[in-house]
Ligand binder design. Structure first.
Ligand code: PLP
Length: 445
């Protein structure tokens, strides 16, 4: 019996003992293709020698120095690099240890930005249904995934919620894409007005929805519209790119493809690519300037912020992405993956939608392709897909509750950027077998 409080208290997962490239191995000698990078984390695959060497060098030089006393060269270089490649206006980086911490930090920085100006009434964040922003109480509060929130709801701040930008389900028949986008923006504007713009701090959204939606990209113009509304009402736009950022969609920041510059951007997963726990908040220069000219401090901090070994890992990951031209690779391989998925699942009775950007791809599973009827949630199709895939040596990231937190199933694919076309073909072959076996299993039950 394991003494670890595992995610499932009834099952101990296999022991991972090693990995190489897109493969992970367990202690029983089984090998798995990591087609989801865990949860869209391992963007360079496993055992990358350059990242490991950079971490070794940093451990030997300076493994830790508390940020209340020191900065480190490696953290400074990482921040310089992130700012140099960030969307317009970003001027500072706050380094944390993961995605939830990044979102908590963004929420507090946004609040303090208004406190510094004496706007103490501002306390409202507006967010979207079917989003995931993390599991700590602030991040969970802005998240819109009902099954995750429900048991903790009494502990969470109230967050007005608007519809996600979810074309497959949200756009009515006969409605144009632009018209659909306008409807969503009207809804956001109504939510701002209802809360009272003078009470609102900001709007939080994942640029491309990951875990809860299955790689749902925004419609063209959606985030430009969001930016316009945030400017119109003087509120902040907080983009959560914890999952979709750091190259996953084929550009360093997913929002680059939407022509909108957020005030705050949270990143994590792909930042350290699994080699070290690290996340970051990138902040517009004006936000930090107001704090600098005001109280002079950001009232925040954790023991491990700016950890030098984590920063060394993240810096090496970013250097390898650039050196090996991996963003272009993500674009190319992403197109190949979607083409392969289209060929195999394009007419599949139980795959209603194939979507995403770059190597961030989702398949939405349906009982009936033409009516888009989902499978009954009790069947837990997503869990069956995960199990069937693992039995075939394939890691994918399926989830239930795609539509409303209860109904719907999807599969998220986020293979490492170094994946080859032949490996993608193997992923799609195994996935087809796993989906068919899972559907058969749940329909029999
Ligand atoms: N935000 C998004 C969009 C995420 O996908 C996640 C994790 O899946 C988080 C925040 C939370 O990140 P972490 O699990 O590192 O705390």
């Amino acid at each position: 019996m394991s003494h670890i409080l595992h995610r499932s208290l009834r099952q101990t997962p296999p022991l991972a003992v090693g990995g190489d490239g897109i493969y992970l191995r367990d202690s029983q000698g089984n090998t798995y293709i990591d087609a989801s990078g865990g949860a869209a984390v391992s963007s360079l695959g496993h055992g990358h020698p350059d990242i490991i060497a950079a971490m070794h060098r940093q451990i030997d030089r300076c493994a830790y120095a508390h940020t209340a006393f020191f900065s480190t060269e490696v953290a400074e270089r990482l921040a310089d690099r992130l700012v140099a490649r960030a969307p317009a206006g970003i001027g500072s980086v706050y380094l944390v240890s993961g995605g939830s911490e990044a979102m908590e930090t963004a929420l507090k920085l946004a609040r303090q930005y208004f406190v510094e100006a004496g706007e103490l009434k501002r306390s409202v964040f507006i967010a979207r249904r079917q989003s995931y922003h993390g599991n700590t109480l602030g991040a969970l509060a802005v998240g819109g995934n009902e099954w995750r929130r429900k048991p903790f709801a009494p502990l969470l701040m109230d967050v007005p919620r608007v519809s996600p930008c979810y074309e497959y389900r949200g756009r009515a028949e006969g409605q144009g894409v632009d018209q659909y986008t306008e409807t969503l923006l009207d809804e956001l504007e109504a939510a701002i007005l209802h809360a009272g713009p003078e009470n609102v701090i900001g709007f939080c959204a994942e640029t491309v929805v990951g875990a809860t939606g299955g790689a749902i990209p925004p419609t063209p113009g959606y985030f430009r519209g969001v930016r316009r509304l945030c400017d119109k009402y003087g509120i902040l736009f907080i983009a959560d790119e914890v999952m979709c950022g750091m190259g996953r969609t084929g550009t360093m920041f997913a929002i680059e493809q939407d022509g909108a510059a957020p005030d705050l951007i949270a990143v994590a997963k792909g930042l350290g690519a699994g080699y070290a726990p690290i996340g970051a908040v990138l902040a517009n220069g004006a936000i930090v300037e107001r704090l600098r000219n005001g109280s002079g401090n950001f009232l925040h901090g954790h023991t491990y912020i700016g950890h030098p070994v984590a920063a060394a890992a993240a810096l090496a990951v970013q250097e390898v992405i650039e050196r090996d031209d991996l963003l272009v690779q993500v674009q190319k391989r992403g197109a190949t993956l979607r083409r392969m998925l289209g060929a195999v699942f394009g007419e599949h009775e139980h795959v209603g939608d194939i979507r995403g950007r770059g190597l961030f791809v989702g398949l939405e599973l349906v009982r009936n392709r033409s009516s888009k009827e989902p499978f009954a949630p009790e069947l837990k199709l997503h869990a069956a897909v995960k199990q069937q895939a693992m039995q075939r040596g394939l890691m994918v990231y399926p989830m239930g509750g795609t539509i409303d937190g209860r109904q719907g199933d999807h599969i998220l694919l986020a293979p490492p950027f170094i994946v080859s076309a032949a490996e993608l073909s193997e992923i799609v072959t195994r996935l087809k077998e796993a989906v068919d076996a899972a559907v058969m299993e749940v329909l029999k039950s």
